[in-house]
Design a protein around this ligand. Sequence first.
Ligand code: SF4
Ligand code: MSK
Length: 631
Amino acid sequence: MKPELNFTTIEQMEADTAKLHELACEACTETWADRNEKQTPHCKFGEEGICCRICSMGPCRITAKAPRGICGADAHTIAGRHYLRMAAAGSAAHSDHAREIAHTLLATKPEGPYIIRDEAKLKRVATEWDIAFEDRDVYDVAHDVALFALNEFGKPFGTQVLLKRATKERQELWEREEIAPRAIDREISSSLHMSHMGNTADAEVLVRQSLRVGMADGWGGSMIGTDFTDIMFGTPTARDTEGNLGVLEKDMVNIVVHGHDPAFSEMVVTVADLPELQSYCKSKGIKGINLVGLCCTANEVAMRHGVRMVGNFLQQENVVLTGVVDMMCVDVQCIFPSLGPLTECFHTRFVTTSPICRIPGSEYIKFVPETALEQAKQIVKDAIDNFANRDESRAWIPTSKENATVGYPNEQIIKELDGVTNSHVEERGSYRPVIDAIKSGVLRGAVAMVGCNNPKVRPDYSHIEIMRRLLEHDILVITTGCAAQAATKAGLMSKAAKEVCGDGLKRVCTLVGIPPILHMGACVDISRMMLLASDIAEQWEVPITSIPVVGCAPEWMSEKAVAIANYVVATGIDTYLGIEPQVKGSEQMMQLITEGTRKISGAGYNINTDPDELVQAIIAGIEKKRDLLGI
Ligand code: SF4
Ligand code: MSK
């Protein structure tokens, strides 16, 4: 019998949400839950991916009576084209974020505001790309590295340079199967071209291109974005923090940073600590500044600074509904347009900062590297000034919050493993201790839990329930994105969570001093997971498809998730989905994404909307891989 730990339960989280939603009603505004009710049941044609509106002869909907659109496209073509377009949009989002980061790297200079913090990583990347490092000014190197990466977006010939980080087996397979991505922009635009009216109608070809455009993200844009973020803001290290709505403070100025691009949030973190702003805050009789993160920005700033995480995707309205948020400032991706009208019902200032994400009801401050520091100062000052406008009678902060230890990129995992390696026997700087623990059965395997939350299922429940069951089965969990925050809210990312684990995983956590769920970052950092799995396969000397490591996105919602799922599968890692991709109206597409890709990359999706059945399938999948390895 496992000890009952006093972690926040899903029921407590739901009670907090219900109370906040009541407050929304009192404020005469609405939430995602109200809109979800009005949108349910969803349009069947849209849900099954068999409504086409890519030309003005349509829209065409597939039914038994009308099995083809006006041009003759059938359900398989329509669902396949839609699926490819989702993957392309996801790849575009991650990769455009990465392009911005590359431009920020190009703008680094010794006097700031953007500087180089991880020279060792810069040197590693420069060396990998044959860019001279020794005896050169570090900023000259950084600019050459940035320009080299920017070329990866549009180069006319060749494939992505970072594919060379994969195992030889994968590199050869990607070439042979013609899914090695060329320039990032080329794959995105080819995907739109192929799915344009009158082009590719063969679903198998559309799925193959989905893998390729996904790869342009995972082994292109996202990987560049992650590396450059580490170079400028520091490779994360393990640190303690807290998460959930209880991190908001009644007596302090609450500033929420939300989105994905750390070039923005890092500046706000930097200035919030400046003595001039701290004393300005005190001069107003306010206790201090409480900066918190939301969605993937939360992951970025928690991993590098220990900034507390106020919540994940479906909590973005909840934080405003507490009535104590003085400033909500956002950059790109996963921002609800509802924040415009919602913040108008409260005193909260809502600031958008990117031309990529303009929202009615927000104040727009175009964030640029040259003036970033001053702009961030202005945002913090505005938040301080806005504190006085708070209506205390409408303030209610739930008390729920949990401890978490975050910040386990690949470098940190290796460092922790080195700490327990007996240097006489084991090689240092490798994943060998993990491989040995998996081989001996102390650990059964590992699952990468990723993705958003989604009202199509009970939000956060699937994440938390699946993670708990995996831990009980001695399966190590690595996590990113909003899944990481679901784990945090449930206490599962704290070191104390080892008590809910099976004996083997508990032993590993005690020995190494880690939590059983390792936080690897934002959704763009799933590229770290690809390198982790590749390096484990290489050091184990087996194909990546053999290792008992799988991916799981039980509550995914965004197009980025479609791009991610495609590059994870192309990398040879089975992926378990708790939300159905919108292709169900085509049997051929369902077959292609669950089985067909196995013939190409050796991996595919396993889809099940019941979290209980999904976790059983994951455990069975891991055990099957163990059997095949004879361990
Ligand atoms: Fe209809 Fe074909 Fe046009 Fe799609 S491309 S809207 S199926 S005519
Ligand atoms: S923020 S993509 S809801 S993980 Fe990356 Fe969360 Fe999903 Fe957005």
